[in-house]
Ligand binder design. Sequence first.
Ligand SMILES: [Zn+2]
Length: 435
Amino acid sequence: MMVYKPRLRRGSSDVTHSLPGTPTARSGRLLGVLLTCLAGCERGHAEAPSGTAAPLPLRDVRVLLGNDIPRMRLRCPRPLIVTDDSNQPQGSVPATESILVEPDGAGGLRLGERSIRASRILLRGGEGSPISLALEREGEWSVELTYPGALHLRPLDAGLMELINEVDLEHYVGCVVANEVWPTFETEAFRGQAIVTRTFVLYQMTRRPDAAYDVLATQGSQVYRGVREDAVGQKAAQAAEYTRGIVLTFSDRGEDRLFCTYFSAACGGESQSAKLLGPEGDVPPLQGGVRCDYCEIAPGDAYRWGPVRLALEDVTSRLLARYPEMESLGPLVSIAASEKTSTGRVVSLRLTGATGQTHDMLAERFRLAVGANLLRSTDCTIRTVGSDVIFENGKGFGHGLGLCQWGMQGQALSGRQAAEILRFYYPGAKLTRAY
Ligand SMILES: [Zn+2]
């Protein structure tokens, strides 16, 4: 299998000391390309101007907000401009209190009183106005959130719709930072998160350029809940602006490459290697083993956890829900750590079933299947006692790959700047101005 390695331009220099300085001559050209593309909402990839760099996705971000939506309610302070999948105008919907949108049962969509026959429609708020929306799922309405940019709506089978938000990349970064840091974090921690968030999304955009969307709006990618108008939202937007265009890269045979900037709440003492995720994680900045005691400042439940006692029967059914092929083991009778790091983080587990069969499983996969909020990390001890399994002495919250967010906050409190902190958690990485 070919491993796709997103590249930036050759020989870009570490911009740490110019943060947030003006772009260099070469990066200034890249900046121009990005501005053009974002303004025109161009699809596809713009070629970097020097000819020495691989494509960088200089376009808006497409965030999947849902593909299981039977109905949604929209509200916009300006008329909504509607176009179909051939970019043909379909008129506008006057600004109203709110309109209901749902599939019309004949392959199109119904917007309020109107039915539009199109396999996809695009909605934009007049004069760039953001659009507020609430989604219905399983009979419940979500809280109303407000999204900048455009909405792509597509009717699916079974009376459901897909909803994608196409949003300016830097606007997206600010919105994500507002949700992915704790409101009490220092300014430098907000800035660090902005660089990590920008790199993460650009990496995803280069990795699957032809996919219908780039990222999810959930923890599966980065949490995106549209515009946040309060002080935290403003601080996050300022962090995005301050670090505009700056990404993390590492040098690979003379090329600066993006990598997947994983982050989690608290590493619990040492970061985990991303090698276990496959070739994509086998890069120097994600090698793991970064010792960190800065995250000890995390609030109690974000640093120490457990004991968590679960019935083996319960664990069996949670695992089967995600891995039905494990049924051949029979009900689990024992769970034990089979591999640990030197600091005690469990890397893999041995599951023994009533049939006597065993199955070795990555501890991180097990944690996600059983419940990532229940088992807050894989840095814990595991005991099988009778028909139960006990997870105790837990440290950290999250997968522990890459950046430790509470560690970043701890270092920011001690006066360190974002660039220095990020180089600490992603060894061998440097800050590069992408545009
Ligand atoms: Zn840490």
